[in-house]
Design a protein around this ligand. Sequence first.
Ligand code: GLU
Length: 475
Amino acid sequence: MSKNQNKTGSYSFFNCIEKNFDKAARFISIEKGLLEQIKACNSVYRMHFPVKIGKEIKVIEAYRVQHSHHKLPCKGGLRYSMKVNQDEIMTLAALMTYKCAIVDVPFGGAKGGIKIDPQTISSENIEKITRRYTSELIKKNFIGPGIDVPAPDYGTGEREMSWIFDTFLSLRSGDVDALACVTGKPVSQGGVRGRKEATGLGVFYGIRELCHVKEDMYSIGLDVGLVGKKIIIQGLGNVGYHAASFFHESGAIIIALAEREGAIYNEKGLNVSKVFLHLKNYGSILNFPEAKNIENTEKALELECDILIPAALENVIHKNNANCIKAKIIGEAANGPITPEADEILDKKGVIIVPDIYLNAGGVTVSYFEWLKNLSHVRYGRMEKKFRENVNAEFLKVIETVCKKKISIEEKKMILRGPREIDLVRSGLEDTMINGFHKIRDLKKSLKIENMRTAAFLLSINKIIDSYEKLGIFP
Ligand code: GLU
């Protein structure tokens, strides 16, 4: 048993990321101490606080981890789950550091977690816990627009982010930048349009880009493009649902969807919005009329398909099921869904794995846009929309005169339109995901790196090194 393995012989989650880091570090010649500093988690705040639930006092366990301060603020989601533990939150915070660097989002990585099951707790009590957690962070200076900025993650969403903002504001009243203390807020509370679907849309953009690279598609025996590709998605939370919808709209075929309680399968394709409606009405995807049930949800991952998208929790593809995976492409929409042992098995099988630290970075990219919006106190597009429309109208007039041809009303509408907030956010996200993909791919090719994950880590570490070298180390 190696020193990185625990009693049961499996690696801790943090060690898994260290392993991936070390594989990339082979390509870097730099002082070892700097690499150790980049790897280490800078601050771990583990807390217990009491909350009165009904007549009982419950002691709640929670965390906020700041992995790196090479750029500030720190940034990362807050998750609510009974599986929350220090190792998990440290790892997810580290992933945030690498993720932000890849997509040029100028933040250090962080993550928070509260060990509760939000499905069994009333909304009033979740609010109490969220507000108390926020006040604990404020007391220790672990939250603030320039310090550390939480966001939604597994088990949290706009509602929780609103409560965090409101608690922050009430304890820091008069802070004109208070809105930027948290992202993923509802639009009416300073959120940005397009944040909710950002991670899923980023997953879609990343996979679409890969599918358009002839050389890569031919290497795994697939045609170019997304149309007709058979896709399995595991997890129908915010990320999985939006990714599934974008793939469906693009002409890909969603053959299976897997949730905690089981999976559904239809070789001809599932209508994602109908499945979602069914889930809303019956509380489960099972028994969807146009599909077959698969009782053992894990088995859905092993079905014949082109693309597998794990979009739920970590470690779902491990050494015991990796050999049974038939997908040619795996897109890591979740954080850390593949263990290092499984990674090696899949690599040998020639599967293209698009790694989490790139593929699910759409969420934090749009969080960055939200943070900038909050600090600038103005909605994207507000200043230039009308100006653009006026310039476009003038331009059209000239074209009509020169060409001696009238342009139809429908065409005019399309050409005249100035950019709205959602247009700008989506174009910023699309550009970020396309650029990120090619930077990783180019590096992989130029250094003959074995897979995209190692190339992505290398790209990211190089950027962080650059930042440290320019900053220097404070005595
Ligand atoms: N929880 C998301 C992630 O893991 C978003 C983080 C953020 O927006 O700060 O990437």
